[in-house]
Write a protein that binds this ligand. Structure first.
Ligand code: S3P
Length: 436
């Protein structure tokens, strides 16, 4: 990323106050895409402020969808749906750093009667797209790629339904195929061996699509019929739970912490982090629990306590995939440490997050064991401030700002601007709640 910026983090005594988070990134992407192919207008309040969700909006505009930001602090977007048929884009669709944009939107583009190119930045250009290319091709789309990586050249058209068991646990792929299923003839069935976040299913229903869902062992099965029309939605997007993770882990570092997080997403397929942090010693209570368009929302009260260690493995690794970097970054400060297994997917995120976490922790003086599918980080360690790199990855930049709060001395995060991919105001908010 250009325009490198540095952020300095000083040690803190406590984390106290209230943090209201911008809208959830996963939901914002899906609402923006589905609102674009809906009949009629949609109004999305508290849309994610992250650059990734702006990439999705940019792509939708290139595909002929009109939308505008409404004035005021609420980050409200109004979208004029075009119905299922989008317009051919004059230029390549720029997905920026956003794997979610490229993977999920490819399902919609594959259903269009035109060809279109999807491109991404340097990091996205290294990420695997075979996982959407294979099933979309089986549905009848023609997709060219650079050895399974971006850029993608998609020639859409008459899709046929597919019965597909996903080989990789990925909510992006599941949403991509459900979106493609809207354009396909017949009923598409997607099966996942491990249950991943279900925002695609919930959003489709919120926009009036009928789908059948059932649990299958640890996973789930979803069926969707093609040709269904979507209707616009008026929604307030709940606060981003994966952004909240940084504040929750920061609070977990200090027994005297007390934090309130209002209107936070509480979707059960995302909330595993709360169970894990409670088992580790954080006290969390939820009030004002509500459901908005199928998504649970609540207000969190958090109090610090002793910080025990934990193991993250199996199905937990899939549902906690975005939160593992910050859990790993606080691991040396826990009593027993943290072991992460079955998390090979971390290697193909915005950076190789296993390498990024291990490198930065070592620079802070921590002992870390790195494995192909995870990390073992002993507890009871004392870390010192150091000059760290974000690896151009938003979650790494934010995770190590949190780790810096309990280090001895000052921590510098190079490439800190990458936090804006999901949460531009992050460092300001962290400063607001860090007591010194
Ligand atoms: C996301 C799914 C996850 C996650 C990403 C957002 C989503 O990716 O890491 O940040 O919104 O569906 P995978 O589908 O690759 O697991």
């Amino acid at each position: 990323m250009k325009n490198e910026s540095q952020v300095r983090v000083r040690p803190a005594r406590n984390v106290r106050g209230s943090v209201r988070l911008p809208g959830d990134k996963s939901i914002s992407h899906r609402y923006a895409m589905l609102a674009g192919i809906a009949e009629g207008a949609s109004r999305l309040e508290n849309y994610s402020t992250g650059a990734d969700c702006a990439s999705t909006l940019g792509c939708m505009r290139s595909l002929g969808v009109e939308w505008e930001r409404k004035d005021g602090a609420d980050n409200t977007i109004e979208v004029k749906g075009r119905g299922l048929a989008l317009a051919a884009s004059a230029s390549a669709l720029d997905c920026g750093n956003s794997g979610s944009t490229m993977r999920m939107l490819s399902g919609i583009v594959a259903g269009q009667k035109f060809s279109c190119e999807m491109v991404g930045d340097e990091s996205l250009s290294r990420r695997p797209m075979e996982r959407v290319i294979k099933p979309l091709s089986a549905m009848g789309a023609q997709i060219g790629s650079h050895g399974g990586k971006p850029p993608l050249r998609i020639t859409g058209g008459a899709l046929k339904a597919i019965d597909y068991k996903m080989p990789v646990a990925s909510a992006q792929v599941k949403s991509c195929l459900l979106f493609a299923g809207l354009f396909a003839e017949g009923e598409t069935r997607i099966e996942e061996a491990m249950r991943t976040r279900d925002h695609g299913e919930v959003a489709l229903r919120a926009l009036g699509v009928k789908l059948d869902r059932r649990s299958v062992g640890q996973g789930s099965e979803v069926r969707i019929r093609g040709g269904q029309a979507l209707r616009g939605i008026e929604a307030r997007i709940p606060g981003d739970l994966s952004s909240a993770a940084f504040f929750l882990c920061a609070a977990a570092l200090f027994p005297g912490s007390a934090l309130t997080i209002p209107s936070l997403l509480m979707n059960p397929t995302r909330a595993r982090l709360l169970d894990i942090l409670m088992q580790m010693g954080l006290r969390i209570s939820v009030t004002q629990l509500n459901e908005i368009h199928g998504e649970m929302v609540g207000t969190l009260q958090v109090e610090g306590g002793a910080l025990k260690g934990t193991t993250i493995a199996g199905a937990d690794s899939a549902v906690l995939i975005d939160e593992i970097p910050v859990l790993a970054a606080i691991a040396p400060y826990t009593e027993q440490g943290i072991e992460v297994r079955d998390a090979k997917e971390l290697r193909v995120k915005e950076s190789d997050r296993i390498v990024a976490v291990a490198t930065n922790l070592r620079l802070m003086g921590a002992q870390v064991e790195e494995r192909e599918d995870g990390l073992t980080i002993p507890g009871g360690q004392t870390l010192h401030g150091a000059e760290l790199d974000s690896f151009g990855d938003h979650r790494i930049a934010m995770a190590f700002a949190v780790a810096g709060l309990r280090a001895n001395g000052e921590t510098v995060i190079r490439g800190a601007e990458s936090a804006a991919i999901s949460y531009p105001a992050f460092f300001r908010m962290l400063e607001e709640v860090a007591e010194r």
